[in-house]
Design a protein around this ligand. Structure first.
Ligand SMILES: NC(=O)c1ccc[n+]([C@@H]2O[C@H](COP(=O)([O-])OP(=O)(O)OC[C@H]3O[C@@H](n4cnc5c(N)ncnc54)[C@H](OP(=O)(O)O)[C@@H]3O)[C@@H](O)[C@H]2O)c1
Length: 259
């Protein structure tokens, strides 16, 4: 399928590994030039080289913390007029809420709510003026469904979701959309770290813990970053201009609801 976005400029935050990388690859496959990001410059360069080689698009690397003013400035300097913005960042650590300090709670809100809002503030008017914009936020199934130890993820991301519900509508007539994708359980470094943590807590092996988690998912497997990226690329496509303010759960059926 031709997504109709060849030559579009996309900023994909936190995209050297995992779900962000999946989005970057799928957007590159659709012909977008990219700004990709991560803190580890070496890993970022590896991902950039792979994308250039596979898809022949322009890739600019911004090695920076997306949560900082400098990091955001560098991203926007690399693509002052982006057509596409994929908001992503590290999620909060898996932790009993009693153990979260005030600073840790504030950090979670800054990283998973304030940072994407700041980037949207910077790009949305230009998108509206130019008559095309696609914004996708990687949030979490934890917005819908409590996950023990990820209460900060639920809280900060539910805040972002509610905030953006109002922001999305006034720009819809300018062909600017804002949607979120809510991952359930995807095979990335982050979920592997969570599985390791859970295994240690329960006193079981990592394999057993992974098996238990897969058993709960109707699809009986973890999702892949590649399929996550394809969903993101579709929401960023020329064909998705009528989809806005939505929260797409990608979870292999894990959230048990009819609606
Ligand atoms: N995987 C899942 O099943 C799942 C489920 C629900 C929600 N999520 C959420 O989805 C998001 C992505 O998860 P993932 O599984 O893809 O994680 P991941 O595999 O750990 O990858 C995280 C990516 O973000 C980059 N990153 C982290 N902190 C950054 C920062 N401050 N500034 C810039 N880049 C940064 C990392 O590179 P550097 O470390 O080099 O910076 C890496 O490229 C997270 O917010 C996570 O909570 C994931």
């Amino acid at each position: 399928m031709d997504y109709g976005i060849k030559g579009r400029k996309a900023i994909v935050c936190a995209s050297s590994r995992g779900l962000g990388r999946g989005c970057a690859l799928a957007l590159a496959e659709a012909g977008c030039d990219l700004v990709i990001n991560g803190r580890d410059a070496e890993k970022l360069a590896e991902t950039a080289a792979e994308i250039r080689e596979r898809f022949g698009v322009e890739v600019t690397e911004v090695a920076a913390d997306v949560g900082t003013a400098n990091g955001q400035r560098a991203l926007l300097e690399a693509a002052p007029q982006p057509d596409i913005l994929v908001n992503n960042n590290a999620g909060p650590p898996l932790r009993d809420f009693r153990e979260l300090s005030r600073d840790a709670i504030v950090d979670g809100v800054l990283n998973n709510m304030v940072t994407p809002i700041e980037l949207i503030q910077a790009v949305i008017d230009g998108m509206a003026e130019r008559g095309f914009g696609r914004i996708v936020n990687i949030t979490s199934l934890s917005v819908y469904m409590p996950i023990t130890g990820l209460d900060l993820s639920s809280g900060a991301r539910a805040g972002l979701t509610a905030f953006l519900a109002g922001v999305a509508r006034p720009v819809a007539h300018r062909n600017v959309t804002i949607n979120s994708i809510l991952p359930g359980k995807f095979d990335t470094d982050r979920i592997r770290a969570n599985i390791e943590h859970g295994a240690k807590q329960a006193g079981i092996s990592i394999e057993e813990r992974a098996r238990q988690q897969i058993e709960e998912i109707p699809a009986k497997r973890f999702g892949t970053a590649e399929e996550f990226g394809q969903a993101c690329a579709f929401l960023c496509s020329a064909h998705a201009g009528y989809i806005t303010g939505q929260n797409l759960r990608l979870d292999g059926g894990l959230f048990p609801a009819a609606f």
